[in-house]
Design a protein around this ligand. Structure first.
Ligand SMILES: Cc1cc2nc3c(=O)[nH]c(=O)nc-3n(C[C@H](O)[C@H](O)[C@H](O)COP(=O)(O)OP(=O)(O)OC[C@H]3O[C@@H](n4cnc5c(N)ncnc54)[C@H](O)[C@@H]3O)c2cc1C
Length: 402
């Protein structure tokens, strides 16, 4: 019997299916590994795995049902002890209902029960049952699409939906943008650094996957909305449409994608990239998920565009022809964000998010009102002002996470 750690199972299943391994063989895969002993430390986890190996050997492959929540692949019924009754919550987080993986970027191929597969960090974490009324049956794999990740022209930057976070992080300071006076690029690394990113999320997850997951704390949402990004969507019936990223996200984990629609790319206009920017982010814990993330932009040296994300269930954008004073800014926030629009989860209470939104908005206003580089400005949170470009940042694409 092949063994696999929990986190690798879904990836392994997908690859095995794609490689043509028969379902009977795949059904022998057992995961997650380890008896549920309440193990926390690596040593305890090792003991739980070893205990399960010993149990499997002594029971000759009949795995024991222990402690009431022993989980196994539902297509692997086991004899004795009613273990088959125990495949509930854990199994629903597995991706064990997939019958086919299809490499395609053609929305016409989409049908009910399909999901577009980008980096897979959400799909493989949430499992087959989390994406609609019925479990997923096919993954439409965008991996082999071969889309150019980043295209830079005089009109701005086009990010393919399949561009990884690591690829996005490498953009500032890269040859594509050298010589361009685009202060807006400072936001790229600040936003990428706002991910609670493991090695896998950093190197596998994508711009499109982050937007389509549509979490309030989606850092690519903050970046693209803050720079007036426009999304291009391809429809199953042919044709395409464009939507401002600020409108693409409609709520907590909700967006305007119709069934089968494919996010193809995001255009970041040169006009927004040319503006001076300011960034503020707060999290309840060091390197935790963003609770409040605000981006300010000073267009043509006078007009303020303030984009509120993470604090709210969807991006909220405020536009002022001229830099407002503190009172006008606060009043505009009052009007734009009703109490129920502040997000509420373990990463921050709505009241805290609200207070911090006002605080960070005022910090941004003050920063953009002052001449560039003015010392002594209030900066709550991290990652700002941007560190020097290049190796001195101490951040490489491989250094992220464990
Ligand atoms: C340890 C960890 C930390 C994380 N931290 C964060 C965080 O700080 N902030 C955050 O927002 N998220 C976070 N996530 C969630 C997730 O990893 C990211 O949102 C990631 O960017 C998703 O990208 P992906 O390419 O892996 O998406 P996938 O898992 O491939 O897809 C996610 C969803 O989007 C759909 N989709 C993907 N691409 C397209 C497309 N082009 N068109 C239409 N639909 C598409 C898929 O069908 C699926 O429904 C974290 C996850 C983990 C495991």
């Amino acid at each position: 019997m092949p063994w696999a750690p929990a986190g690798a199972t879904s990836n392994a299943l997908t690859r095995l299916l794609a490689a043509g391994v028969p379902p009977e063989r795949i059904a022998q895969l057992h995961s997650p590994i380890g008896l549920d002993l309440g193990a926390v430390t690596p040593g305890e986890v090792a003991v739980s795995i070893t205990a399960e190996l010993i149990a499997a050997r002594s029971l000759r492959g009949q795995l024991p049902a222990t402690a009431g929540n022993f989980r196994h692949h539902p297509s692997t019924p086991r004899a004795g002890t009613g273990a088959h009754k125990l495949c509930q919550a854990g199994d629903r987080m597995d991706m064990n209902t997939i019958k086919a993986v299809v490499s395609t970027t053609d929305p016409a191929q989409w049908r009910e029960g399909d999901a577009w597969l980008a980096g897979g960090t959400v799909l493989f974490s949430y499992g087959s049952y989390a994406f609609g009324p019925r479990p997923l049956e096919r993954l439409l794999d965008l991996g082999p699409a071969g889309w150019e990740p980043i295209t830079v022209t005089g009109h701005g930057i086009d990010l393919a939906a399949t561009c990884t976070i690591a690829g996005l992080y490498s953009l500032p300071g890269g040859p594509e943008v050298s010589g361009r006076n685009w202060p807006g690029l400072h936001l790229v690394r600040a936003c990428c650094d706002s991910f609670v990113a493991s090695f896998k999320v950093w190197n596998m997850s994508t711009v499109g996957g982050n937007l389509c997951t549509s979490l309030p704390a989606g850092p690519v949402i903050s970046l693209c909305a803050g720079l007036d990004g426009v999304a291009t969507l391809l429809a199953p019936g042919g044709g395409s449409r464009t939507v401002p990223v600020a409108d693409f996200i409609t709520g907590d984990a909700a967006n305007c994608l119709a069934p089968g629609e494919l996010l193809r790319s995001i255009h970041l206009p040169a006009s927004a990239l040319s503006s001076r920017v300011a960034f503020r982010r707060l999290s309840l814990s060091n390197l935790g998920r963003s609770g409040v993330l605000l981006v300010g932009r000073l267009d043509a040296g006078t007009a303020l565009v303030l984009t509120v994300t993470a604090a709210t269930k969807r991006p909220v954008q405020l536009r002022f022809d001229r830099l407002p004073d503190a009172d006008l800014l606060a009043a505009a926030l009052d009007d734009a964000i009703p109490a129920e629009l502040y997000h509420d989860d373990i990463h921050g209470l709505p009241a805290w998010r609200r207070d911090m939104t006002y605080r960070l908005a005022e910090e941004i206003r003050a920063e953009l009102a002052a001449p560039e580089g003015t010392p002594g400005l209030a900066v709550s949170g991290d990652f700002w002002p941007p560190r020097a470009e290049g190796p001195a940042t101490g951040h490489t694409t491989l250094a992220k996470g464990a």
